[in-house]
Design a protein around this ligand. Structure first.
Ligand SMILES: NC(=O)C1=CN([C@@H]2O[C@H](COP(=O)(O)OP(=O)(O)OC[C@H]3O[C@@H](n4cnc5c(N)ncnc54)[C@H](O)[C@@H]3O)[C@@H](O)[C@H]2O)C=CC1
Ligand SMILES: O=C(O)[C@H]1O[C@H](OP(=O)(O)OP(=O)(O)OC[C@H]2O[C@@H](n3ccc(=O)[nH]c3=O)[C@H](O)[C@@H]2O)[C@H](O)[C@@H](O)[C@@H]1O
Length: 436
């Protein structure tokens, strides 16, 4: 059944949901307070790099199923409203729910009776239970339907999710079944559960991924001590169906707008409940020391000593975004490494295919031409796993560099090809490969 869906917040989650639900045959009104964003979206201009998203937006605008507005009043008449608002870190570990707490009472004064109000934002356990009070209404059913999409795969993940979770009290209510029906065309398994379980399942999933990554990052360190190779260890582990092959690649640390904030929020919630979530605390601690590990590897590569000075050393950075396929710099480990290298006195030049400039980090010169990062460089450091970096002419980079050595924090590059191009390749949890 086609519904009139209102979406509040046109960011990664809101815009993707809006475009995909329009594609699935619903009428979608998407509201955002950012006037220039709404203006751009109304003209079909999508500023985030998500494969397939601009086509879906153009299609929805073209056939009139998708509209963008700054006027919240246009949500009057909606059958369902999805809250896709930011829930950034609040400073004390808890997420800042300020935007949500401002918007929900406004909706309470606006929506027509029976409209289903859905939290799609990642919100602490107990938020759905608070919503009727914030709405000031008892005729607006509330549903928790957290989102699991990944940036750079947003459309694909939305249209083909591993699972959909729909939480209501009591579970499986009429409102829950109505929201579950929206996802029917995806064919995904739907978990109809209580609101608290749905809310916790979201945090639990992101925190589990974070623990898995910190585990593998420590294993990589161990591999270096034992002369083992993390790629072989991870491959072997990943063949066990109970472990699975995903999220076993070591790196400069996990980042982005969600894993760091959600682990912190879950830790805070556990502390408040008097539950010792030591394993998660350790995962966060391990992650915080990853950047120092990268800087030590760079010191070793440039000076021959893990404590050597980088003062005045020219270092070329390949990658700034928190992962490949996106220009998102929020909580990017690459920026954390860049800041540490800057503090150590290095002179930094960086290239990222999706990043034009770095407003907050003036010390890093961002260049469009990847070959410029190698100019007179004492070392190159791969920080984001863009496949494009594999295809660079590494002989040309070697010729431009003062010293042809690359610290590859993602194990992205082929050590043999690099050695042939004249580079010393230093991976993570692998044996260094000297130039031939
Ligand atoms: N980015 C991601 O990959 C995922 C994010 N989430 C969660 O979804 C929520 C939203 O995240 P993102 O989409 O990344 O955020 P975002 O920052 O990309 O977008 C939020 C949007 O809300 C708008 N906004 C702010 N105040 C508003 C108001 N009063 N009325 C209407 N619009 C307003 C902003 O202008 C912005 O366009 C967060 O809770 C996040 O944890 C969940 C899964 C994936
Ligand atoms: O709640 C969210 O916002 C989302 O957070 C993550 O998605 P995303 O932030 O897009 O990023 P991921 O693909 O999970 O990567 C997170 C970090 O882990 C790193 N990573 C990932 C995989 C890996 O093998 N190694 C590794 O270092 C990435 O480089 C990145 O820094 C989750 O994967 C999504 O399911 C979730 O919906």
């Amino acid at each position: 059944m086609a519904e009139h869906i209102g979406i509040v917040g046109a960011g990664y989650v809101g815009l993707t949901s809006a475009a995909c639900f329009a594609r699935l045959g619903h009428r979608v009104t998407c509201v955002d307070t950012d006037e220039s964003k709404v203006d751009e979206l109304g003209r079909g201009v999508v500023s985030i790099a998500e494969p397939g998203l601009d086509e879906l937006v153009a299609q929805g605008l073209g056939d009139g199923t998708l509209t963008f507005t700054t006027a919240q009043a246009e949500l009057y008449g909606a059958d369902v409203v999805l809250l896709c608002l930011p829930t950034p870190p609040g400073g004390d570990g808890r997420p800042d729910l300020g935007v949500l707490e401002r918007v929900v009472p406004q909706l309470g004064r606006l929506l027509r009776p029976g409209c289903v109000v859905v939290t799609k934002s990642t919100v602490p356990v107990g938020t759905a239970a608070r919503l009727p009070g914030l709405l000031g209404r008892d005729d607006l059913p509330v549903v928790s339907n957290p989102e699991f999409l990944r940036e750079s795969h947003a459309v694909e993940d939305f249209l083909h999710p591993d699972r959909v979770v729909v939480g209501t009290d009591p579970p499986g209510s009429a409102a829950a079944r109505r929201i579950a029906a929206l996802y029917e065309p995806t064919g995904a398994p739907v978990v109809l559960t209580d609101a608290a379980s749905a809310e916790l399942a979201k945090y639990a999933s992101n925190a589990f991924l974070a623990v898995k990554l910190s585990y593998v990052n420590v294993l990589a360190e161990l591999c270096e001590r034992f002369g083992a190779d993390i790629r072989e260890v991870a491959r072997t582990m990943g063949l066990d169906a109970r472990i699975g092959p995903e999220f076993l690649a070591p790196g400069p640390g996990w980042g982005g707008s969600c894993l760091p904030k959600d682990t912190t929020a879950l830790l805070h919630a556990a502390d408040s409940a008097g539950v010792d979530f030591g394993i998660l605390r350790d995962a966060v601690r391990v992650n915080a020391r990853q950047r120092a590990r990268v800087v030590r590897a760079v010191r070793q590569a440039v000076t021959g000593s893990a404590a050597g000075s980088l003062a005045g050393a020219r270092i070329g950075l390949l990658g700034l975004a928190f992962k490949a396929g996106t220009g998102d710099l929020r909580d990017s480990p690459a920026l954390a490494v860049a800041a540490e290298l800057d503090r150590a006195g290095a002179e930094l030049t960086a290239h990222d295919p999706a990043v034009g400039d770095l407003p907050g980090l003036a010390a890093v010169q961002v260049v469009d031409d990847p070959y410029l990062v190698a100019k007179d460089a004492a070392a190159l450091v791969v920080l984001t796993e863009w496949p494009d970096f594999r295809d660079l002419d590494w002989s040309r980079l070697a010729a431009a560099a003062a010293r042809a050595v690359v610290v590859d924090t993602r194990n992205l590059l082929d050590p043999d090809a690099l050695a042939e191009a004249g580079f010393t390749h230093i991976g993570v949890g692998t044996h260094p490969r000297r130039q031939s």
